[in-house]
Design a protein around this ligand. Structure first.
Ligand code: GDP
Ligand code: MG
Length: 597
């Protein structure tokens, strides 16, 4: 295909504004997939993605479209994850295309992820076509959304296309706009091969599949390629395009997007953003480098049943083959035994990995409280990266501690603004900006990441009844008065419950934690003290009183079936508990105890 007849684009949107549905309609309107094979959300392949309605890996599809000018065009859509955890993945796939459709739900308006994603598109120098979706709904208000797009984002909305991805209205106009308004890619056919590795994923049958965008030159089956950053060389077994199923092609030329398969063993051997060239005829100038995405949230994963440790290792190693952004190392905890300390891009990423281990590998897990990486500066001049609060050195040897901060953008209807400001204040936030657009406020806060990783988003949703949207980016490290708080149950320290806290809030957090644990730990035959401490100093204390009588005898008298049910339930509950000294602590305690209400 000549460059003039190729268009490469992505779709940017806030979650649920209709990105996947629009992609489905574009695929359908161009007969890319026979109607009988059409199912909803074609591009969201993984199970968990479907269930949670999120796209985790970049996907691509090639659409062939005969435009009203009578010419045949090839349109390549790269679908990217829309969630804040995967912002980095969005940024790199954006660089593989020249334009974006900006989808805004016309019943909702611009939201925080609309902003975050469109700024990525602007950064990548995209031509942007606004698309106002859901016009079939009575609440749709196009002029209000147009005003918001112009005021808040600052791009011209006069050419915005009203559509209903549900009914198909306006889809033809979108296809025409892609052809007319988005620029064709640039590139030189007879230059040495220069291709961008956009993403790679693991396929059970085929091994590692790379999504590539050809910048210059031509890629063919049988070529010996070199990954310029990793230095790996491979023979190309197969190349092709996604329609959206894999379809082999003879060659991929400049401007084209497709896949390559070269017997690469694991995703870890590939570096997204790397430049692919020919071993024999290398491009003199690799693409500007990308920073690999770094895990920012860490937690421990331990098997509930310690006999399953090897199974857990196996599961984690397999998952890691397909997910280079996930890190792990073995960890042993006096309380929980052997497990892994794992690093994730964010909380959603953590949940996805944890769910997959539990579901696909059938291993029940204890997840310890998520933590960020602290920079601990020692009095002897050395510095350590603290991934686990349990490893915090003795305070007398520490000079100071720095924590990661974020810039958070929150959009919220006026009526909830007060609650949002209070929430940010409670989480040690510093207000950077507060502006209004229509009946909505946009608050920008500098917040400690640690105060956000745990349950900030849940709290935000609940105080605003779901009407706020939130996005953040990492800003860097700053010093604060941070200390390690330990928790002792029955006078034994439970290392998995220790956490880093701000000194001024330690008493409050300690009290809340002890109260929570008192509710979460079942009563035993003896009295159990629960304490929070900094260094050797106890800052909060609760006592769980002893159990007096057999509960079942007392509550249920002679009803045998109810009694059995209760015992079964206790047994099931037991499985999810771990013993700490003489005390059983249920697994949900590790997460619940840290929630701040
Ligand atoms: P994504 O998160 O941006 O990929 O959004 P989806 O495509 O998954 O859409 C979110 C929800 O909005 C789904 O329930 C869709 O069926 C619905 N939806 C998408 N487009 C339209 C539309 O044009 N009209 C209506 N009424 N619903 C839509
Ligand atoms: Mg989607």
């Amino acid at each position: 295909t000549p460059l003039s007849h190729i268009r490469n684009f992505s779709i940017v949107a806030h979650i649920d504004h209709g990105k996947s549905t629009l992609a489905d309609r574009l695929i359908q309107a161009t007969d890319t997939v026979p109607d009988r094979d059409m199912k909803e959300q074609l591009l969201d392949a993984m199970d968990i993605e479907r269930e949670r309605g999120i796209t985790i890996k970049a996907n691509t599809v090639r659409i062939e479209y005969t435009a009203l000018d009578g010419e045949d065009y090839v349109l390549n859509l790269i679908d990217t994850p829309g969630h804040v955890d995967f912002a980095y993945e969005v940024s790199r796939s954006m660089r593989a295309v020249e334009g974006s459709l900006l989808v805004v739900d016309s019943t909702q308006g611009v939201e925080a992820q609309t902003l975050a994603n469109v700024y990525q598109a602007i950064d990548a120098d995209h031509e942007i076509v606004p698309v106002f979706n859901k016009i079939d709904l009575p609440a749709s208000d196009i002029s209000r959304v147009a005003e918001q797009v112009e005021d808040v984002i600052g791009i011209d909305a006069s050419g915005a296309i009203p559509v209903s991805a549900k009914t198909g209205e306006g889809i033809r106009e979108v296809l025409e706009a892609i052809v007319k308004l988005l620029p064709p890619p640039k590139g030189t056919r007879d230059a040495p091969l220069k291709a961008m590795l956009v993403d790679s994923k693991y396929d059970q049958y085929l091994g590692v599949i790379c999504i590539v965008r050809i910048i210059d030159g031509v890629l063919k089956k049988g070529d010996r390629i070199r990954m310029m950053k990793t230095g790996g060389t491979y023979d190309v077994d197969d190349i092709g395009v996604y329609r959206p199923s894999m379809k082999p092609v003879k060659e991929l030329g400049p401007g084209e997007i497709g896949y390559l398969n070269a017997s690469i063993k694991q995703v870890r051997d590939t570096r997204v953003g790397d430049t692919i060239t020919l071993e024999k005829n290398q491009t003199p100038e690799p693409l500007p480098g990308f920073n690999p995405s770094q895990p920012v949230v860490f937690c421990g994963l331990f098997p509930v049943d310690s006999a399953e440790f090897e199974d857990l290792r196996d599961a984690i190693e397999k998952l890691a083959l397909n997910d280079a952004s996930f890190s792990y190392e073995m960890e042993s905890s006096t309380a929980l035994g052997f497990g892994f300390r794992c690093g994730f891009l964010g909380l959603l990423h953590l949940e996805v990995v944890r769910d997959r281990i539990e579901r696909e590998y059938d291993i029940e897990l204890i997840t310890t409280a998520p933590s960020v990486i602290y920079h601990v500066y020692m009095k002897d001049g050395t510095q350590i990266d603290l991934h686990n609060p349990a490893d915090m050195p003795d305070p007398s040897t520490v000079a100071h501690v720095e924590e990661p901060r974020i810039k958070a953008t929150i959009l919220v209807p006026d009526e909830f603004l007060g609650d949002v400001l209070k929430l940010c204040q409670d989480r040690r936030g510093i207000q950077m900006d507060l502006t209004y657009a229509g009946s909505r406020a946009m608050a920008v806060y500098d917040l400690p990441l640690n105060e956000v990783v745990f349950d900030f988003y849940d709290r935000l949703k609940s105080v605003t009844r779901g009407y706020a949207s939130f996005d953040y980016q990492l800003e860097g490290y700053r010093e604060d008065n941070l200390v390690k708080m330990s928790v002792l149950v029955n006078d034994e320290p439970v290392d998995a419950l220790s956490m880093m806290v701000h000194r001024d809030r330690a008493e409050m957090r300690g009290r809340a934690m002890c109260e929570k644990l008192k509710d979460l730990i079942p009563r035993h035959m003896f009295k159990i003290p629960i304490q929070a401490a900094i260094g050797g100093k106890v800052i909060a204390r609760e006592t769980l009183s002893a159990l007096r009588k057999d509960v079942t005898a007392k509550c249920y008298g002679g009803d045998a079936s109810r009694k059995r049910k209760l015992l079964d339930k206790q047994k099931a509950g037991k499985k999810k508990m771990r013993q700490f000294g003489k005390v059983d602590i249920p697994q949900e305690a590790f997460i619940s105890a840290l929630k701040m209400d």
